[in-house]
Write a protein of this length. Structure first.
Length: 377
């Protein structure tokens, strides 16, 4: 099918409202718009550069944890959570009680992402079963726990407005849900199609958001699928590209571009928006990795000038690259350094501005690797 002739679907009269029935997508897509080729080539170049940085960075998995947390923070913020990156790094008991629901949603996003990454590494395809399991991880024990975690909806949902009759968008009727999700699963895993993978995931994201298969959490699951799909296709060696920051910064344009497909069949506009998001996100990711390398080189150099054993400082700082907000108790657990030695080492790191102390309590001292956190803002 030509993208220029794409028909997004039809509005069907239900009882007192109209629901949108998306066109099935499991087929090849072609296009005449050469700007797509230009954006596609640039996006693939930037992803390749990002992968190169990920390969070159020593102990890459230490830094990936921070990338996942930032993605969780940004994606959840689109849905209205208010916690900062610093707060999301804290333990639950350190969080203002009024913000704990938001904090828990972000932590669930991290769990859902790590669950998906683990399953894909163990060669489970990106299928409806995995999508449901990711949703279950996302909503278990948080505000959406009563909205059928891990199950496709059995009732009508809607976006915007207070009722179905004044909603901004009403997704397909439940009677069409199973058929549409089966078609989406086939499209995701159809290796015979000639559609470039970045165009394919753009279409997948649009279709998933249009189907809106869950009662809650559709936006977050839809954004989670993007890096997971790119990993299944070998376009990412590590889960280091997270587009939610781009979507959050361009929130109005993001929703408008999705709506424009349904309202005027303009799938090309959405694909261009999506590819621009990949380009910008990959560029920012490469810069972050480059800055991490520079920060580590600078930190390693300063550590060698400190009094005490360099190996102890290395152990401590590696903990901070993985979790840049830590208590004395947690560092002791992670490093097995004796308490007196750890106290001396920590105080030396603070004195030389390598880390900062964020509490003055002798019993429960908390520390932050602020320079590292700032790279992700």
């Amino acid at each position: 099918m030509k993208l220029e002739k794409f028909k997004s679907g039809t509005y069907l009269q239900q009882d007192k409202y109209k629901s949108f029935l998306p066109t099935k997508i499991n087929e090849d897509f072609e296009y005449d718009d050469m700007m797509i080729n230009k954006l596609l080539a640039e996006a693939e170049r930037e992803l390749s550069k990002l992968n190169t940085y990920a390969k070159l960075l020593p102990n890459i998995d230490l830094y990936i944890k921070m990338h996942v947390l930032v993605e969780a923070s940004k994606s959840s913020r689109i849905e209205g959570t208010k916690t900062s990156i610093e707060e999301n790094l804290m333990d639950k008991h350190e969080i203002d009680p009024e913000k704990r629901d938001d904090w828990e949603e972000v932590q669930n996003y991290v769990k859902a992402m790590n669950y998906g990454i683990d399953k894909i590494h163990n060669e489970l395809p990106l299928c409806n079963r995995l999508i449901r399991d990711i949703h279950k991880n996302l909503l278990s024990g948080v505000r959406g726990k009563h909205k059928q975690p891990g199950e496709f909806r059995k009732s009508q949902n809607w976006i915007g407005g207070s009722t179905l009759s004044d909603a901004i968008y009403v997704p397909p009727h439940v009677n069409d849900l199973e058929d549409l999700m089966m078609d989406l699963e086939k499209f995701i895993n159809n290796g015979k199609l000639l559609v470039p993978d970045l165009i394919k995931i753009a279409i997948i994201h649009y279709q998933f958001e249009s189907i809106h298969p869950f009662l809650d959490g559709n936006g977050r699951v839809g954004r989670l699928i993007i890096p997971l799909y790119l990993q299944t296709k070998g376009m990412l060696n590590k889960p280091c590209l997270y587009i939610s920051d781009f979507f959050e910064k361009n929130r109005t344009s993001y929703y408008d571009a999705l709506s424009k497909v349904r309202e005027s069949n303009d799938l090309i506009h959405w694909i261009k928006f999506f590819l621009n998001g990949i380009i910008e996100t990959a560029k920012i990711g490469s810069i972050k990795f480059e800055n991490i390398v520079l920060l580590k080189e600078e930190t390693d150099k300063e550590i060698k000038e400190l009094s005490g054993k360099v190996t102890n400082y290395d152990l401590i700082m590696n903990c901070f690259y993985s979790e840049p907000h830590l208590s004395m108790k947690k560092i002791m657990l992670l490093t097995n350094i004796s308490e007196p030695t750890l106290r001396r080492s920590i105080n030396e790191l603070i004195k030389n501005n390598l880390i900062i102390e964020i509490t003055g309590s002798d019993r429960n001292r908390l520390f932050s690797f602020k320079k590292y956190i700032d790279l992700f803002k």
